[in-house]
Design a protein around this ligand. Sequence first.
Ligand SMILES: Nc1ncnc2c1ncn2[C@@H]1O[C@H](COP(=O)(O)OP(=O)(O)O)[C@@H](O)[C@H]1O
Ligand SMILES: C[C@@](O)(CCOP(=O)(O)O)CC(=O)O
Ligand SMILES: [Mg+2]
Length: 370
Amino acid sequence: MEVRARAPGKIILAGEHAVVHGSAAVAAAIDLYTTSSLRLLPEEEDGGAGAVELDLRDSALVFSWPCSRLRGALGELSGKAGAPAPCSPDKLAAIAKLMEGQEIPEAKIWLSAGLSAFLYLYTSILGCRPGKTVVISDLPIGAGLGSSAAFCVSMSGALLTASGAVGTGRGSGAEEWQLFGKDDLELVNQWAFQGEKIIHGKPSGIDNSVSTFGSMIKFKKGELTNLRSRNPVKMLITDTRVGRNTKALVAGVSERASRHPDATASVFNAVNSISEELSSIVELAAEDEIAITSKEDKLAELMEMNQGLLQCMGVSHSSIETVLRTSLKYSLVSKLTGAGGGGCVLTLIPTPSLIISIGQHSFGESCHRA
Ligand SMILES: Nc1ncnc2c1ncn2[C@@H]1O[C@H](COP(=O)(O)OP(=O)(O)O)[C@@H](O)[C@H]1O
Ligand SMILES: C[C@@](O)(CCOP(=O)(O)O)CC(=O)O
Ligand SMILES: [Mg+2]
């Protein structure tokens, strides 16, 4: 049997980086997905043969570990379907050794973090059973749209379903995607967070949470609030195509925070207020308590303020500044999304509105679409 699980990427409307230090942040799932397909293979008679294979279709790279080698490095793992234990430093070191001999091209060396997360999730959930996993993604990798979280969430979903720990078991062969129940999602999210820790070092948990639960969320200190949002805002996403690495950027902000604790605490505090205000505007708009144009004006101003504070944290980049300047020529507001340092930039696209001025010029002159 093959299990296929998919999980979406995300945009962060406010609060990246500061969220790692306890501030609120607001994120929304986007309709670009990572899909993990898993096929378990029968154990060989002697119990020792077979391999765990990972096929990264988009990179055209296939990695394989004989089960005997995995058992030698990690011990006789039986697999565990309950709540995860964090990956111990010993296990992490053993996994790092398992990267030796894998042919990772120098230009894609960053994939080794994803491979380590895969080995941790696979062997922890299923033990050293042979199987083939294929990963396909719509998301640019390392561009701020949460590819690492979508990878960990889809992988955890597929592995936990194959282990029998989650999933409804309904409608086998159905073409439609089935949705997990709340408890199943909680478990998938916990495992995915452990995977993110291997890739990011110190993730806040916002990316795996929005990828698991979808929709738009406010996230603060591990607490998630679903935001009802009618009339969704339109965002243009520009990929600067400047590669960067979330782990290094998050570590850079922490170093700046330890050099200037009072100044950065004020910056994180200001970001917290921006995220809180932004989430309440989204909620008020869902209840029709403010007009769409007023909502967008406020969102634009908050995004602009958040971008300024991200510059204070040292995570902007000349490529991001170029997008900001270009969009400003058209009176559009932009901010980086995700870890910054390159990657993607969001531009708020306002809803076109009809502006009518009465009693001045002729109607034809004074009615225009903004
Ligand atoms: N489809 C994938 N296959 C393998 N590794 C992946 C995949 N998607 C993400 N990763 C891992 O996640 C890392 C990128 O994560 P990160 O730096 O957090 O950027 P982002 O999450 O914004 O894309 C990659 O370097 C890789 O290790
Ligand atoms: C910078 C951060 O706030 C978001 C990182 O997102 P991404 O990996 O760049 O998509 C880190 C985190 O919250 O874990
Ligand atoms: Mg990431």
